[in-house]
Design a protein around this ligand. Structure first.
Ligand SMILES: [Zn+2]
Length: 115
């Protein structure tokens, strides 16, 4: 009996625990340019949702917001196009801004829309 207990303990593959944690990739938002570290599985899932493009969490929220705000039913694609053009416009208007500043501007815009 005691030998089987020992072999059970040895069967736990220690390597499996580290694979998930290291399986991350740095990915840049196709819209605002924000770079995030995400797992490949998550990146895949988001890309599927956004027609092969990567949207950061904030832009994803903004796209959802576009759909909710729209008076008629719009597709994810259309909502994305709206948000991307809005995002690009806010980036190109005024002096060059770093991603953090444009991010703040986007958040402000979202908050303003919701209030
Ligand atoms: Zn973004």
């Amino acid at each position: 009996m005691s030998t089987s207990v020992m072999s059970d303990a040895m069967m736990i593959p220690a390597a499996n625990l580290t694979i998930e944690a290291t399986d991350v990739e740095s990915v840049k938002c196709d819209c605002c340019g924000l770079t995030e570290e995400c797992t490949l599985e998550y990146i895949e899932r988001i890309r599927e949702r956004y027609l092969g493009q990567w949207m950061c969490g904030l832009c994803g929220e903004a796209v959802k917001d576009e759909i909710v705000r729209s008076k008629r039913l719009i597709s994810t694609e259309e909502a994305m196009a709206r948000h991307v053009s809005f995002c690009r416009a806010s980036i190109s208007s005024g002096p060059p801004v770093d991603p953090t500043v444009s991010l703040i501007a986007t958040v402000r815009q979202i908050l303003r829309r919701k209030s």
